[in-house]
Design a protein around this ligand. Sequence first.
Ligand SMILES: Cc1cc2nc3c(=O)[nH]c(=O)nc-3n(C[C@H](O)[C@H](O)[C@H](O)COP(=O)(O)OP(=O)(O)OC[C@H]3O[C@@H](n4cnc5c(N)ncnc54)[C@H](O)[C@@H]3O)c2cc1C
Length: 459
Amino acid sequence: MSLVDPSSRAALAAESRGPVLVPGDPGYDAARSVWNARVDRRPDAVLRCRGAADVAAGVSFARDRGLTLGVKGGGHHVSGAAVPDGGLLVDLSPMDRVRVDPAERVARVGPGATWGDVDPETQAHGLAVPGGQDPNIGVGGLTLGGGVGWLSRQHGLTCDNLLAADVVTAGGDLLRATVTENPDLFWALRGGGGQFGVVTEFTFRLHEVGPTVLAGSLVYPADRTAAVARYYREFVAEAPRAARPLFGSMVLPDASAYPESVRGERVAIIVVCYAGPPPAGRRALEPLRERGDPVMDSFRPRPYVEFQRAGDSEGARRTDLRSQYMERLGEDAIGTIVAGVEDAPSDGATVFVSPRGGAETDPPTDATAYPHRSDAHHCLVEARWDDPERDAAHDAWVRSLHEALQPYATGDVALNFLADEEPPERRRAAYGDNYERLLDVKRAWDPAGVFGGPAPVKP
Ligand SMILES: Cc1cc2nc3c(=O)[nH]c(=O)nc-3n(C[C@H](O)[C@H](O)[C@H](O)COP(=O)(O)OP(=O)(O)OC[C@H]3O[C@@H](n4cnc5c(N)ncnc54)[C@H](O)[C@@H]3O)c2cc1C
């Protein structure tokens, strides 16, 4: 049965407040599109949800008719797993309300909100929840997959700051999950992805942050990449938790904001956000800023919201990426990265390395479903481009650099950075030692496999 058939569409529309869109309807293509422009999936229908009751109607409708169900938050996951080919897409993006209770220090966030929606609201009170480093990322997928960002060394993962989730279950029931209510479900939602239910509201604990933080970057010519990687490594080893650095190789925009010698050029870069008082940040960053004579030093006190916006990855482009963790950023790994970026197929090819540590790794491995609780470096090899004829060149570059880095990799995998065509062992590694317990939760809450995702567990 296809939802394109008018009577089925009318039946779903009768049960929901939000519109039901089918191919050809205005808004259908926007609703099915995701951040990775390579993903071109065509659900039979899209339910643009206006509330939890719509979500429950969509889940029940798809389940009862055996339709494939997709659930889209921000649509930012590189795999495009949110959107099904055929079946029903439950589009949460209209549910983007953010309410902050400054006295209680909590934020209640709709599942269609992005970090670009959340940060200005929380920062209006000088508060924040650790979120993603690109304002386009959805709160939904990021939180359910763990969630790292500029604040996570100091305040933990996004999922560690989740206090409650309102959930629509596979049975179409609406319930709440917290450490005391439906605790097994709550455990699984914090790192196990969206495969146990649809979250219709996230309640987060907030922390005092800024609103002014010390943040910026140090830029060096590309021929200094190896040395800059070492500066990053040495800084991480000593840095206070309030400082989260990132080291990368990228091509700068050809813009007047950058010194002429590096405009439009590949550079080595270190970006840091210091989330404590700026004077303390200046002292903490001094050893790093004194090293290696950067061509640009843009550290200054600035609004946290402004810094978050600077991570905007700007619209849909074709994308391939592979992520891995390395226990140490050793000389061999640095040499592999340097050789890799020398072979970059275009300006959109990047490597970024960031630390996993601090508050992020304080909880034990089984505290939540998110299992990666030991100190390491996350290394993201990513390419973005526009011309479909250049797919093969970019895929080959991403995959061969990923392969070359494997001798230094821990083997654990971030669910939030799993690409579409990854082998089963990488999918399983996203859950580490928590895999068996997640199977039990899946058996209890979604035995028929109504919900999927980038790496569904299958009892
Ligand atoms: C360039 C780039 C930068 C990134 N930066 C960061 C970063 O700084 N930190 C970080 O942690 N991650 C980062 N990510 C990864 C990002 O966290 C994931 O892609 C995340 O899943 C995106 O969430 P979303 O809601 O936008 O995704 P979607 O594509 O909408 O969803 C991803 C998955 O979650 C499911 N889902 C979404 N919302 C819900 C819900 N409410 N209930 C149930 N299931 C749901 C979807 O069905 C889908 O399977 C980045 C990714 C890229 C490509």
